[in-house]
Design a protein around this ligand. Structure first.
Ligand SMILES: Cc1ncc(COP(=O)(O)O)c(C=O)c1O
Length: 283
């Protein structure tokens, strides 16, 4: 299981429109490449429609602001997304949108849309559940640490996944120096006690996941209350079930945390079904 990106089916870029996916599209001195200072979004496309596109565009605006990038041209990003989706011919796919400032001082930011297949490993992981490994990670307690910012600086997050695998797991869950559960490298985390779902609150500096937001809307309709707060890892270990959420993986059950098995419950499956329903019914 890995988070490597499948080869894109289609790519569209500012100023050029559709390009061959193997074609270079950035200058060597693009800031996004040189310093990992670009904003991006990953969405899932259901039946040809990107889920919660408006919310993802709002987040790329927030991320661009906190990274000090020029405001993204969201109409341009939408146009590029439509072009790339059309070219890919895919009905169900992963859509990535990037906003990079271009070369420093150049003032020519660039939008990019990439469409790729949904990674094949995900449905197997949904069936078996994932083994999580708790890893120490600093809490982004002040805004300058880029709390709630999706930047392309993901090397530490990828290193966390690699470390989790080295320790015999599938993915990591970040825990801060006070033992408070934060999020995964590319997911938010949830767990259940009876009819109550618990999840770390946004004031911990975690990413405000769009899937998290969707699940917050869907949970009450399924008879679950949600408590957002500050919880120690033991709270997850003692739960009836746990799961992660993200746009690409949707709702993935957690099989174990640090080698301690967790029960499988109905909430992960119910929320997964409700999420698919919301994503595929007319909005
Ligand atoms: C650090 C982090 N937390 C949470 C998420 C989940 O966010 P979303 O549901 O918007 O995909 C991601 C997504 O990549 C992430 O990188």
């Amino acid at each position: 299981m890995s988070s490597h990106h499948p080869h894109p089916l289609a790519v569209a870029v500012t100023g050029r429109g559709l390009v061959d996916p193997d074609e270079p599209v950035l200058a060597a001195h693009d800031e996004g490449f040189l310093r990992g200072r670009a904003a991006f979004e990953t969405l899932r496309v259901y039946a040809g429609r990107p889920f919660r596109l408006a919310q993802h565009l709002a987040r790329i605006e927030r991320s661009s602001r906190s990274l000090g990038l020029p405001p993204p041209d969201v109409d341009e990003l939408t146009r590029l997304a439509t072009l790339a989706l059309g070219r890919s011919g895919a009905r169900d796919a992963v859509l990535r949108l990037y906003w990079t400032p271009g070369p420093a001082g150049d003032g020519r930011p660039l939008g990019l849309a990439l469409v790729s297949e949904i990674p094949a490993w995900i449905e197997g992981a949904r069936a078996h559940g994932q083994r999580l490994v708790g890893l120490l990670y600093p809490r982004r307690s002040t805004p300058w640490l880029l709390a709630d910012t999706k930047s392309t600086s993901y090397a530490v997050h990828l290193a966390a996944e690699a470390e989790a695998r080295r320790r015999g797991g599938d993915d990591a869950v970040f825990v801060d120096a006070d033992g408070i559960v934060l999020e995964g490298p590319v997911t938010n985390i949830w767990w259940r006690y009876g009819r109550t779902l618990e999840t770390p609150s946004l004031d911990l500096g975690i990413l405000a996941g769009e899937t998290r937001a969707a699940l917050l809307e869907l949970a009450p309709g399924l008879g679950y209350e949600v408590a957002e707060g500050s919880y120690e890892l033991d709270r997850v270990l003692g739960a009836d079930e746990a799961f992660t959420s993200s746009s690409v993986r949707e709702v993935l059950p957690v099989a174990s945390v640090d080698g301690r098995a967790l029960g499988r419950g109905p909430a992960a499956d119910e929320l997964q079904a409700a999420l698919r329903h919301a994503a595929t019914s007319t909005l």
